[in-house]
Design a protein around this ligand. Structure first.
Ligand code: XMP
Length: 524
């Protein structure tokens, strides 16, 4: 039986990240809402350990999420994080409250006095805190093993019952020894072997798809981006001829992209249907300027096209989408706030004429999706492509989307991407020549945005009044947070010169230097 860890979700913003960090150590982890699994079901599943996530509540608020204290006596190792740490103390009759007027947010120094979780970690280290409440009185049987200047119980343990709690967040990259703490829990406490690899995930996902779909037919919304391409490969592996991939050209693709997508899937042994639906999308978007409304309009049109294509094929029960975790969380999953409605999640219309929507990549982060793609044998150029959002240039064309504005944006975007690609190749060569391992900068997603702002310019002694193009480039692993790329000035200069010279109606070019947060990657 596959060893696995249960991450019990109490509504924290890092819930999936915890599962992800466990999987990074080659232990399979699954995330479940706290109110969807009982103690008996947990015991029956044979989990090697359980992790309680953080959450935004106070445990002493009667309306906050609680769990059956019988779990503490189930003999399954338990690690509580932040709210999960407080909840575990509460379940064991400890005292929790706000101590004075302090809160700890961000980096703090933790001092430990030993303890199983801190094995191999220096006495003092940096960790990431985000709390107001603390464990004020330890429950019986527990010992405090770490503290900060403000928080007496930064970590506690009861090794006789395999119960452990940390007030800080070991899953966050800023916690210096977070990985070691999780490792100590998984391997030293839970006795995991760490034999889970993407290969296993792939096998399980194929099996799960076969079980769900049976001999039914599936229509996949294929955009040619990384996520939907990996999804296509996974579904093709699972159900082969029962799958039809539908590529919809909504008129908001990048320069030459529809042809490139068709060519990329040309040699594949799959049912592929290409639909030119640009007219209906642009018609539906006429007069729409609000970003959320745009996303919902595009999402709705996609579904209507898929429904029509499904009817042509006949008896299609399932619509498959390459939704990944970032799409789910940004569209407002569970208790998380809606940032923007990713067209394949929150942008879906209320009524969808398919029996079910299946999203096999829903739990994966972007880099895990790429890993899975490699596992499935996809070519590197497809797997390492920069992401392109489902709503396409529609959300990079600020204000009303028109054919004319899209043409301007397409040209500016192609120049910018060409200049970044050229500079990236040169930087890689320079870096090897300098004897360094990594290039000075990496651009993980880069594109142009056509803003709705016009500005005055001068060309050939004549006054112009053209669009402002904004250039955006981000450096990130998982697209959940991102930094702006420190592109070389010479490269920015080349783009800033070429775009107004080569693209009509553009009189100004600016570079976006905002990270995420506070901004998002896309402008809308
Ligand atoms: P944001 O703008 O939310 O983008 O910081 C994070 C990543 O998600 C991509 N993105 C989307 N992908 N459908 C998608 O398939 C969407 O509606 C969507 N909106 C944003 C974005 O390009 C970036 O990589």
């Amino acid at each position: 039986m596959q060893e696995k860890i249960l991450v019990l979700d109490f509504g924290g913003q890092y819930n999936q990240l915890i599962a992800r960090r466990v999987r990074d150590q080659h232990v399979y982890a699954e995330l479940k809402p706290y109110n969807k699994i009982s103690v008996e079901e947990i015991k029956a599943e044979g989990y090697k350990g359980i992790i309680f996530t953080g959450g935004p509540n106070s445990v002493y608020d009667p309306a906050s999420p609680h769990y059956d204290p019988a779990l503490l006596a189930a003999g399954i190792p338990l690690l509580g994080i932040c709210y999960g740490h407080q909840l575990m103390a509460w379940m064991a009759d400890g005292k929790i409250g706000a101590a004075g007027n302090y809160s700890e947010y961000g980096r703090v120094t933790v001092k430990h006095t030993g303890g199983v979780l801190f094995e191999g970690i220096p006495e003092e280290s940096t960790c990431w805190m985000s709390h107001t409440d603390s464990v004020l009185e330890l429950p019986e049987g527990f010992t405090c093993v770490a503290s900060t200047d403000m928080c007496r119980t930064a970590a506690m343990e009861d090794p006789s019952r395999n119960l452990y709690g940390v007030q800080f967040h070991p899953e966050v990259q800023h916690t210096q020894y977070g990985k070691t703490i999780l490792h100590n829990f998984l391997f030293n406490v839970c006795g995991c072997k760490g034999d889970w690899h993407m290969e296993n995930y792939c096998k399980q996902a194929v099996e799960a798809i076969r079980n769900k779909v049976g001999d039914g037919k599936v229509l996949l919304a294929l955009s040619g981006g990384v996520d939907s391409s990996v999804c296509a490969a996974l579904l093709a592996e699972a159900i082969g001829p029962q799958l039809t991939c539908v590529f919809v050209d909504h008129g908001m693709m990048r320069k030459n992209e529809p042809e490139e997508v068709r060519m990329a899937f040309d040699g594949w042994d799959i049912n592929f249907v290409g639909v030119d639906a640009s007219e209906r999308f642009l018609e539906a978007l006429r007069g729409v300027t609000d970003p959320e409304q745009k996303r919902k309009t595009i999402g709705e049109q996609f579904i209507r096209v898929f429904e029509e294509e499904g009817k042509k094929i006949g008896s299609v029960d399932y619509l498959a989408q390459g939704t990944i975790y970032a799409d789910v969380i940004e569209s407002g999953a569970g208790d998380a706030a809606t940032i923007k409605s990713h067209h394949n999640v929150g942008g879906l219309p209320d009524y969808v004429d398919f029996k079910e929507i299946i999203e096999p990549l829903r739990d994966l982060f972007k880099d895990e999706v790429r890993q899975l793609g490699r596992e499935l044998g996809l070519p590197e150029y497809l797997v390492s492509r920069q992401p392109f959002p489902g709503p396409g240039l529609g959300i990079r064309c600020i204000g009303e989307v028109t054919r004319d504005k899209l043409d301007i944006l397409r040209d500016a975007d192609a120049i910018f991407r060409e200049e970044v690609d050229k500079a990236a190749v040169a930087e890689k060569a320079d870096c090897y020549a300098r004897g360094e391992d990594a290039p000075a900068w990496t651009a993980n997603q880069y594109f142009a945005v056509l803003t709705d702002t016009r500005s005055v310019g001068v060309m050939g002694d004549m006054r112009t009044y053209g669009y402002t193009v904004a250039l955006r480039s981000v450096t990130t692993d998982d697209f959940m947070s991102a930094d702006w790329t420190k592109l070389p000035l010479s490269m920015l200069e080349a783009a800033g010169t070429r775009i107004p010279n080569e693209v009509r109606s553009v009189s100004r070019v600016v570079y976006d230097i905002t990270s995420k947060p506070p901004a998002t990657v896309e402008w809308e």
